[in-house]
Design a protein around this ligand. Structure first.
Ligand code: SAM
Length: 270
């Protein structure tokens, strides 16, 4: 596994690299798989192509890119977290993706040739410097090549019927999350500012019900960020009361969760 210089502006992934986070990310790959395939289907790549998935996590879209670049094409999975990159290598071996390799580090990576397609999903939302990351993605892409990004916009994230504990926990999470939870809305602007042309955008909405993994994602995040939420001065018993109450509300057969909007934007490097 090649290792590039660990020149990351975001050395710590906000959600950590626990086994639970690995399981969540792999399950999420399944939930977002059709949307990812639709995005890649829209990008006309001549085979064989070279593609990179920046911040690939334990799989990202490496399996879909493996198909997309053609049998003689190549794919790099890049991540600056050692556990993530080890998990990505495991996924690649399990799926038998012969044209995919992994690199530990961040952009710029060691590859000498620029890529035909540079992709990221749910990378910018966790970043303190999304503009710098998009600029480095553009720099890694050949002129005329594609840059494609998929990020959430939490504005749409809602439970129906509404519940005060949802609203309060969500606004606490927005304030402690650390990244721009509305970054999805900014993707076309970020691409243009990085020098892309023919910028296009699409979005996917998801609805969950009790029993679906992401029905309770807000509670998973509340647990993950408990320390930061408490640091806002909220009384621990109030927080526990809120999460229990929301847990009961989300478990009711009539409660639906509308997921954050998954925004996809893509453009050509000018
Ligand atoms: C939310 S996960 C998304 C993983 C994957 N893209 C997916 O959609 O399943 C974000 C990943 O980006 C990685 N990451 C964060 N900042 C990075 C950077 N500057 N360079 C490379 N990887 C980064 C993290 O380690 C983490 O694995």
């Amino acid at each position: 596994m090649p290792r590039s210089a660990p020149a990351s502006p975001d050395p710590t992934y906000l959600l950590g690299s626990s086994d639970a986070e690995r399981r969540r990310l792999l399950a999420q790959c399944g939930l977002l798989r059709d949307a990812a395939r639709q995005l890649l289907d829209r990008l006309p790549l001549a085979e064989p192509a070279r593609a990179i998935d920046v911040g690939c996590g334990p799989l990202g879209v490496l399996d879909l890119l493996s198909d997309k670049v053609g049998r003689s094409g190549t794919v790099v999975g890049l991540d600056n977290d050692e556990r993530m990159i080890d998990w990505a290598a495991k996924s690649i071996a399990e799926l038998g993706l012969a044209n995919v390799t992994t690199t530990l580090g961040t952009l710029p990576c060691d590859d000498e040739l620029p890529f035909d397609l540079t992709h990221c999903r749910l990378l910018l939302i966790n970043s303190a410097s999304p503009e710098a990351l998009v600029a480095s993605m553009a720099a890694a892409t050949r002129t005329g090549g594609w840059i494609a990004m998929q990020e959430f916009d939490w504005a749409a994230w809602h439970c129906e019927p509404p519940h005060p504990a949802w609203d309060e926990l969500k606004s606490l999470l927005v304030s402690v999350f650390g990244g721009d939870v509305h970054i999805g809305a900014r993707l076309p602007t970020l691409l243009r500012e990085a020098g892309c042309q023919d910028v296009q955008v699409a979005a996917h909405a998801f609805y969950w019900q009790p029993g679906d993994l992401y029905q309770t994602l807000l509670l998973y995040f509340a647990d993950l960020f408990e320390e930061r939420i408490r640091a806002c001065g909220i009384d621990p018993r109030t927080l526990t009361g809120m999460t229990h109450e929301l847990g009961r509300h989300l478990a009711r057969p009539t409660t639906i969760v509308r997921e954050s909007l998954l925004v996809q934007a893509w453009g050509r490097k000018a």
